[in-house]
Design a protein. Structure first.
Lengths: 152, 56
C-alpha cells in the first residue's frame, strides 16, 4: 500500500507530532515540534529523529531511509494540522544544514500551488523577507495561514 | 466508508491523539533551532504586511 504521507500522532495540544519513517534503514520514529518564539503567534518548526532506545532527539542526522518526499509531505501535513488548530500562528522554519534547508525549499516548491491557496509563504534571503519565489536560495521560511474573510 | 488513502488526500490530515506526547508540551526539543530563530528574527524582523497583501 503506497501512502502519500505517514500516519500522524499528536499530543492533545497539537504542538508535538510523531510519525514513523519506514524504509531500508528500518522504522525510524520522527518528532515534529512547533515551539513558541519570542514573537507573539510565531512558532518555530523543527523535526528530527527520536532514538527509539534513549528517546533522545537528533535534528542533524540524515537517516537516508529513502523516503524524504514522504517525510516532507508528512511534515507539511503537521503544518496544516497545527494551523488548523491555531489559525493565527505564523511558522518559521530553517534547516539544520544547507542541505536540509534546500529540502524545505524543494518541499515548499512541490506543494506551492496547493499551499498558496491557504498560506502566505515568505523566503528569507540577504537578511530580508520576500514572497516565496521558486528557485531562490532562501535561508529560512515563514508561512502564515490565510484567514477566511467574511463581509456582511 | 472512506479508505485511508482517501483520508490522507484530504487537506487537513487525520491525526491520532496520543496523550503520551503531552510530556513534550513544556519541553523544547530543538533548543538550538529556537535560539537561532529568535536571533534571526531579532535581526531582520518578520515579513511585512505589504508583502502579505501582494499575495492576496
Amino acid at each position: 500500500m503506497k501512502l502519500d504521507r505517514y500516519e500522524l500522532k499528536s499530543g492533545t495540544k497539537l504542538t508535538t507530532f510523531e510519525f514513523i519513517s519506514e524504509g531500508p534503514k528500518g522504522r525510524i520514529p520522527k518528532l515534529v515540534q512547533f515551539t513558541p518564539t519570542n514573537y507573539k503567534d510565531l512558532y518555530n518548526l523543527a523535526f528530527g529523529d527520536k532514538d527509539a532506545q534513549t528517546g533522545e532527539i537528533n535534528d542533524i542526522s540524515i537517516s537516508n531511509n529513502g523516503d524524504s518526499e514522504k517525510v516532507l509531505a508528512t511534515v507539511v501535513a503537521t503544518v496544516i494540522a497545527f494551523t488548523d488548530r491555531y489559525p493565527e500562528a505564523s511558522i518559521y522554519a530553517t534547516g539544520s544544514s544547507r542541505s536540509r534547508t534546500r529540502l524545505y525549499r524543494m518541499g515548499i516548491t512541490k506543494y506551492l500551488e496547493d499551499a498558496r491557496n491557504d498560506f502566505f509563504i515568505y523566503g528569507q534571503i540577504h537578511n530580508e523577507w520576500e514572497p516565496f519565489v521558486v528557485g531562490e536560495n532562501y535561508e529560512a521560511f515563514v508561512v502564515r495561514r490565510k484567514l477566511l474573510k467574511f463581509e456582511i | 466508508m472512506r479508505t485511508i488513502e482517501e483520508l490522507n488526500k484530504k487537506k487537513v490530515p487525520v491525526v491520532r491523539i496520543d496523550e503520551s506526547l503531552d510530556k513534550y508540551d513544556n519541553v523544547v526539543l530543538f533548543p538550538d533551532k529556537v535560539a537561532k530563530a529568535n536571533e534571526m528574527l531579532r535581526t531582520i524582523g518578520l515579513p511585512k504586511d505589504k508583502e502579505k497583501s501582494k499575495q492576496e
